[in-house]
Design a protein around this ligand. Structure first.
Ligand code: SAM
Length: 371
């Protein structure tokens, strides 16, 4: 995912300082975090570094945390703070204890400085602090997103095994779709891929869909700046002339896709129908077709699904010529039964499952070779 995060940052004009498994690092202010929360499609959280320090013990963590001027960050009226973390250090056995130490240091400092104590708890809708502690390296961040950005706010009706919205956006971007031709999404489930494709095609900033972010709960937050950024993003929306088609055999999935697309403001751009994937309408304009079939976790699932993957291969060969075909799956054994040679295999992690977006060139008259 970091590849897509990096590309998006660069397109928005931000320098890349460095990149790691944990994320991509750039430079910016609280105002920049507002822009990134509004515009980024593939990032999970936008974190603003407050302090970097060496910690060998919970006492060290408490000491360094209490040196940050929290009284200038957390609103004095109705202040509420929560701490989340990624902790992997021999200095502490229990992650929760690290969160508590960090929270205590924040609350104690504010009480000392102001005589008032902010509320604290596990609700991530207010000021959120993100603690990263690996061995002795410790970073304390303001989580300017609050709730992760994958929760765009449109998925009121999740169907079976929906993709995270940020992951769905990254897979659509990975196809390099020209946005002039059709985007077809059979087996649409909750409609995440079709909806993200519609947001991308119309340049709709995904953050327009959310009423709340972590950055709104810090003292320096300027609401007028946020309104101006939103207006700017709204004026950047462009029309989309081509077609996005979504289908599923399940009535509830079709209903979920319609409702979710409506909530995302893109229902008018997506034609949704209930049918077997093989009956999905395929316009003759050499577009993109992407499926995210189930990939089975229980014993015996594979046998049933094997035939389904074979059918997808036949459908690609017989009905989708001229298209670029994509299958997103976490089961590479099943993927072999598609019977087509993948041109690209793009690696993604979905909830710790090693997944692939497989790309198939479905040229007319192309000789298909088993992979
Ligand atoms: C893993 S889910 C897709 C999740 C989707 N990407 C999302 O983010 O919500 C697979 C979907 O394929 C649908 N499906 C399974 N077999 C199908 C078939 N033969 N024809 C059409 N839809 C099918 C299921 O109803 C389910 O909604």
């Amino acid at each position: 995912m970091t590849l897509y995060v990096r590309q998006e940052l660069q397109e928005l004009g931000y320098p890349i300082m460095y990149e790691s498994m944990a994320g991509v690092f750039t430079e910016g202010t609280l105002h920049d975090t507002m822009i990134l929360n509004l515009r980024m499609r593939t990032a999970s959280r936008i974190l603003l570094l407050l302090k970097e320090c060496e910690c060998d013990s919970p006492a060290d963590l408490y000491y360094h945390t209490s040196k940050i001027a929290w009284e200038d960050i957390i609103p004095d009226k109705n202040g509420y703070v929560s701490v989340i973390s990624a902790v992997d250090t021999p200095s502490i056995d229990n992650t929760q204890f690290a969160n508590v130490k960090c929270k205590d240091a924040i609350v104690d400092r504010i009480r000392q400085k102001t005589g008032k104590r902010p509320d604290s708890g596990s609700d991530n809708d207010y000021t959120v602090i993100f603690l990263y502690w690996k061995d002795t390296e410790c970073c304390i961040y303001l989580d300017t997103s609050g709730t992760p950005l994958s929760r765009r706010g449109y998925r009121m009706m999740p169907h079976s095994a929906p993709m995270r919205e940020t992951l769905a956006a990254a897979t659509v971007l990975a196809t390099r779709w020209d946005k002039q031709s059709s985007f077809i999404n059979p087996m649409c489930g909750s409609g995440t891929l079709a909806i993200e494709a519609a947001l991308i095609a119309t340049q709709r900033a995904p953050g327009l869909l959310r009423p709340n972010f972590g950055f709104m709960h810090v003292q320096d937050y300027n609401h007028q700046e946020w309104i101006a950024l939103r207006e700017n993003a709204e004026s950047a929306i462009i029309p989309f002339e081509s077609r996005i088609i979504a289908s599923d055999r399940d009535t509830k999935a079709v209903q979920a896709t319609r409702e979710n697309a409506k909530k995302a403001g893109v229902a008018h751009l997506i034609k949704v129908s209930r049918c077997d994937f093989s009956e999905t309408e395929i316009p003759h304009d050499n577009g993109i077709i992407m499926l995210n079939p189930e990939y089975g976790k229980r014993l015996g699932d594979d046998e049933k699904l094997l035939a389904e993957y074979q059918r997808i291969g036949n459908f690609f060969k017989q009905q989708c010529s001229g298209y670029m075909g994509y299958i997103f799956t976490g089961n590479l054994e099943l993927a072999k039964h598609v019977g087509l040679k993948a041109k690209r295999r793009i690696e993604f992690f979905n909830a710790d499952i090693d997944c692939r977006l497989l790309e198939f060139e479905l040229y007319e008259g192309k000789k298909h070779i088993n992979s």
